[in-house]
Design a protein around this ligand. Structure first.
Ligand code: ADP
Ligand code: TRP
Length: 333
């Protein structure tokens, strides 16, 4: 059995890009018999990015319910909340003491903040706090705490996993081989979805189609997809955003029929209507499950706690070996 671990930050509402690029593949992956999946809500990683406590609570509820609605099976996956495992934060501190400051200076997010400050003529550490600076060490603690073999992430997180490997080596060189060296796992088959304006769908571009909005919002959002000015009756290009999205939800026959209709001059308005129908058909049962969980937080909370209860002994066992190695022990023995 190999352990696969990944963290999900509660920083936004799940959109189709997140779903097809990360959530769906992760859930399919977790169904494999040779894999132990650890998927957790990285709430303390999100702390820096959220404006207040209410937002943290809302987005944590949303993300937990959304993953369950998408089909995550908490009996198959260790599904937990980072903040429910206090030992991760103890490990974070221990790892701070073997991590050279220079390694953190090279982290992309920190460097980008410093460069943005320089470009605007501000002090280089303006608005940079230690949460941002230490972010990769906390991430290393998440990974090393459960001795993960593989860390499936998007390309943007590759550097963080490489840093976790470095931190692991620094620790093991000093205290003996206690921590497992993780490998990054990047699924190159994952699609990058286009958003309403044709750029990558992302909450930072404000061009997303949210997965769990109501039907009327979904219809309105789809109507905002940018098209060219070709009139009904004129053939439409098949590599347009509408067709790319349609293909994700359609059967083989539906794909052929939609291509044909577009080439024969289907109007953009009708194309959007058909796109809405097919997306809604796919999402409806998921939305029902989402709405159910959003009304039963007690069940969701119990699932997260049960997940933490499965994971905590693993982390506690590692921590007791680490404490022994670093000399934090019962002094009467
Ligand atoms: P956003 O870009 O909206 O801020 P995040 O950075 O929070 O999204 O991404 C969460 C996960 O969803 C990551 O694994 C990322 O690779 C994936 N993801 C985000 N947007 C897309 C997209 N347009 N296509 C494919 N995957 C995406
Ligand atoms: N930093 C990751 C992101 O921004 C989230 C994350 C936190 C994570 N801890 C992790 C991912 C551990 C993989 C492993 O998406």
């Amino acid at each position: 059995m190999k352990r696969y671990l990944t963290g999900i930050k509660p920083t936004g509402y799940m959109h189709l890009g997140n779903y097809f690029g990360a959530v769906k593949p992760a859930i399919e992956f977790s169904k494999r018999d040779d894999i132990d999946a650890f998927y957790f809500i990285a709430d303390y990683h999100a702390l820096n990015m959220l404006p207040n406590g209410a937002e943290m609570t809302d987005l944590t509820k949303h993300i937990a319910c959304a993953w369950l609605a998408c089909g995550l099976d908490p009996n198959k996956v260790c599904f937990y909340r980072q903040s429910d495992i206090p030992e991760i934060f103890e490990l974070n501190w221990i790892l701070c003491n073997v991590t050279p400051k220079g390694l953190m200076n090279r982290a992309h997010a920190y460097k980008a903040a410093v460069e943005a400050n320089a470009a605007e003529g501000r002090d280089q550490d303006d608005r940079v706090n230690m949460g941002l600076y230490n972010y990769p060490i906390l991430m290393a603690a998440d990974i090393l705490a459960v001795s993960a073999d593989y860390v499936p992430v998007g390309l943007d997180q590759k550097q963080h996993v490489e840093m976790a490997r470095d931190i692991c080596t620094y620790f093991n060189n000093k205290y003996g081989k206690i921590l497992k060296t993780p490998d990054v796992y990047i699924d190159t088959n994952c699609a990058t979805l286009a958003g309403l304006d044709g750029r990558k769908m992302s909450k930072s571009y404000n061009n997303t189609i949210q997965l769990f909005c109501d039907e009327s919002t979904l219809r309105k959002t789809i109507n905002k997809i940018v098209t060219d000015s070709r009139m009904p009756g004129e053939p439409k290009p098949l590599d347009c955003t509408i067709n790319k999205l349609y293909k994700l939800f359609a059967t083989e026959e539906e794909k052929v029929a939609f291509d044909k209709a577009l080439s024969e001059g289907l109007g953009w308005g009708d194309a959007k209507k058909q796109l809405y129908e097919i997306i809604n058909r796919y999402i409806s049962p998921m939305r029902d499950r989402y709405n159910y969980y959003m009304q039963h937080f007690d069940e969701v909370e119990a699932m997260l706690r049960a997940g933490a209860a499965k994971v905590r002994p693993i982390v506690q066992d590692l921590l007791s070996r680490i404490r022994h190695a670093i000399g934090v022990v019962d002094i009467s023995k």
